[in-house]
Design a protein around this ligand. Structure first.
Ligand SMILES: Cc1cc2nc3c(=O)[nH]c(=O)nc-3n(C[C@H](O)[C@H](O)[C@H](O)COP(=O)(O)O)c2cc1C
Length: 242
C-alpha cells in the first residue's frame, strides 16, 4: 500500500527513500528520483533484487529470514546476500540477524556495502518502544525470536510472517479477551486489539506483555538499553577491529 502523496512530499527532503512490501515499481522509483532522492528497495529474494534494479533503484537491501518485523522472503541472510551480490551491480545492504560487531564484520567481509539493523535499535534509548518491550528485548536470546503470522489484526501488510518475541506471542495466546489495551495516536486514544500488528509503543497502557514485540535473532546482541550512537560505535569499531 503506497501513500503516493506522502511519497511526493518526502521526495527530495530525504536522501534515500526505501520501499518494502510491494513489487518493485518503476513509477515509484521515478517519483523518488524526480524529487532528488535515491531509491532503495528491501527485498527477500534474488528475483526481487533484480526487479528492483530493473525498476531503477540505486541500491537494494537483502533481508534474510532472521530479521525482526515483517519478513519478505524464505531464505536466511548469508545465502540470500551471496546470491544478490552476484546478481546485481548496485550497492547491496544486508539485513536480518545483525546485532553484533561479529555479524556486521561477517556481512561486510561477504561483500555487503553496509547493513540495515532494526532490532538493536528497537531497544535504543531513543526508540519509541514501550519500556516493557525494551526490557523483554534485553532479556531475550536468539532462540526467543520466532517467525509467526499471528500478529495480523489491524495490520495493512498482513497476513504475513514476522519475527517477534516468543514471550509476546505466548502472552497474546494466553490472554482472554479481544482488547489488550490502548495507545495515544495523534491526540486520540485508540484500542489495541489482541494480535494487533502494531508493536507496543511507549504510550501504550494495559497488557503490554501481550502486545506485538517485533524482534529478530539479532536480539541476542541486546544486553542493555543504550543510546543509538553508542550502539553504532560498538558495532562499527568492533567490526573494524575484527
Ligand atoms: C520493531 C521493528 C519494526 C520494523 N518496521 C519496519 C517498517 O516499518 N518498514 C520496513 O521496511 N521494515 C521494518 N522492519 C524490518 C527492518 O527493515 C529490517 O529488515 C530488520 O529489522 C532487520 O533485521 P534485524 O531486526 O535482525 O536487525 C522493522 C523491524 C523491527 C525490529
Amino acid at each position: 500500500m503506497i501513500d503516493r502523496e506522502g511519497l511526493d512530499a518526502v521526495a527530495g527532503a530525504a536522501k534515500v527513500i526505501d520501499f518494502y512490501w510491494a513489487d518493485p515499481d518503476t513509477e515509484l522509483v521515478a517519483a523518488a528520483h524526480a524529487g532528488g532522492s535515491l531509491a532503495s528497495w528491501q527485498v527477500g529474494s534474488v528475483d526481487e533484487a533484480k526487479a528492483a534494479v530493473d525498476a531503477g533503484c540505486d541500491l537494494v537491501i537483502a533481508q534474510g529470514t532472521e530479521a525482526g518485523g515483517h519478513v519478505r522472503g524464505r531464505v536466511s541472510l548469508l545465502p540470500l546476500l551471496s546470491d544478490v551480490l552476484d546478481a546485481v551491480d548496485v550497492p547491496v545492504l544486508a539485513a536480518g540477524g545483525i546485532g553484533t560487531a561479529r555479524a556486521l564484520a561477517a556481512v561486510l567481509a561477504a561483500g555487503a556495502d553496509g547493513a540495515r539493523i532494526g532490532t538493536r535499535f528497537a531497544a535504543a534509548t531513543e526508540s519509541g518502544a514501550h519500556p516493557i518491550y525494551k526490557d523483554e528485548l534485553v532479556k531475550a536470546g536468539a532462540a526467543d525470536a520466532v517467525l509467526s503470522d499471528a500478529f495480523s489484526v489491524d495490520c495493512p501488510l498482513c497476513p504475513s510472517r514476522h519475527g517477534v518475541l516468543r514471550s509476546a506471542l505466548a502472552a497474546a495466546h494466553g490472554f482472554d479477551g479481544d482488547v489488550v489495551g490502548e495507545v495515544q495516536m495523534g491526540g486520540r486514544v485508540a484500542t489495541v486489539r489482541r494480535f494487533a500488528g502494531m508493536p507496543a509503543p511507549a504510550s501504550a497502557t494495559g497488557h503490554i506483555e501481550a502486545m506485538c514485540m517485533y524482534a529478530g535473532q539479532s536480539v541476542a546482541g541486546v544486553h542493555a538499553i543504550r543510546p543509538a550512537a553508542e550502539i553504532i560505535n560498538e558495532l562499527v569499531s568492533g567490526a573494524q577491529s575484527l
